[in-house]
Design a protein around this ligand. Structure first.
Ligand SMILES: NC(=O)c1ccc[n+]([C@@H]2O[C@H](COP(=O)([O-])OP(=O)(O)OC[C@H]3O[C@@H](n4cnc5c(N)ncnc54)[C@H](O)[C@@H]3O)[C@@H](O)[C@H]2O)c1
Length: 277
């Protein structure tokens, strides 16, 4: 009988993490590296992605590389793939994590930003180009490689707001007229729901080629949000709190490794129970 802990081992595998310089992307990369995986962090933030990759490689003793690459640009992604194949000869895991998530503007100054009535087409296109088109392109460029090799894992990072609609009461500001009330933009809902659709599509498209695709839906993470917001959102979560930055690491390892070998097309929700209420 095999040792269950062996199922989580990632030594010798190669993972690509988009948005790897960001708040959670760097944690996803760290988690995989801690289990022996070599990681390639992709981000448009050239300086930070190199720093994060170095930090992770030094801490874990794995090879970790930061690549300055825009996931909306297929040519750049193909160059990235060539580089990775030359360096490692394989691609095992893709985490579609990159996003442009503008913070809700609660000043009332820039009220037109988040509100549907005024939401600009440029902003809509920009956010969708990263969150959805970028994820599609990464699946096309790296997923095809996995299908060719007959093995691979794709993880799409959605959100609790990929399952439920944003509760706009969370963002309300006392004293502002209705048309100036801050709102979570429509793009977030559309992208996060869309990624669950992308997962289902890929899971059936490449399932018989050995490529598994699943979605992770994280809930909100503490990140110096105003106290009033933290209190309000915590009251909507059965566990009574937001997540800490490290609380998705084990789920990422589970999804990326053979521990989840029979999981395909599914949604793993880690939200403190928010979507149950
Ligand atoms: N932080 C949270 O509380 C939370 C909760 C639920 C879901 N999520 C999701 O988790 C993911 C990561 O969130 P985060 O908080 O780390 O965000 P973040 O803004 O810190 O990181 C996103 C990263 O994506 C990069 N990026 C943007 N455009 C890019 C492009 N064209 N090509 C390559 N990289 C690009 C950015 O430079 C940034 O480093 C997002 O998909 C987000 O929606 C976050």
């Amino acid at each position: 009988m095999g040792d269950t802990s062996d199922l989580f081992k990632l030594a010798g595998r190669v993972a690509i993490i988009t948005g790897g310089a960001g708040f959670l992307g760097s944690k996803h990369a760290e988690a995989l590296s801690e289990f022996g995986c070599n990681t390639v962090l992709i981000d448009v933030n050239a300086e930070r992605v190199r720093l994060e990759a170095k930090r992770i490689g030094d801490a874990c003793g794995t090879t970790s590389i930061g690549i300055d690459c825009d996931i909306t640009n297929k040519t750049q992604l193909e160059k990235g793939r060539e580089f990775i194949l030359q360096k490692f000869g394989r691609v095992d895991i893709l985490i579609n994590n990159a996003a442009i998530d503008p913070k809700v503007d609660d000043s009332g100054e820039n009220f037109s930003f988040g509100r549907l009535e005024y939401f600009s087409l440029d902003q809509w296109s920009l956010e969708l180009s990263v969150g959805l088109t970028g994820s599609f392109l990464c699946a096309q460029v790296f997923g095809s490689q996995m299908a060719k090799a007959g093995k691979g894992v794709i993880i799409n990072i959605s959100s609790d707001l990929g399952i439920i609609a944003p509760d706009q009461r969370l963002y309300r500001k006392l004293g502002l007229p209705e048309e100036k009330q801050p709102a979570k933009p429509v793009t977030y809902s559309v992208i996060k729901h869309g990624l669950i659709g992308l997962t289902k599509y890929l899971s059936t498209y490449w399932g018989d080629r050995g490529v598994r695709t699943n979605t992770l839906c994280p809930g909100g993470v503490y990140n110096n949000q105003p106290e009033e917001f933290v209190e309000r959102i915590s009251s909507l979560i059965p566990l009574g709190r937001m997540a800490t930055r490290d609380e998705y690491k084990a789920a990422i390892v589970f999804l990326a490794s053979d521990a989840s070998s029979y999981m395909n097309g599914s949604t793993l929700v880690l939200d403190g129970g928010r979507t149950i209420w």
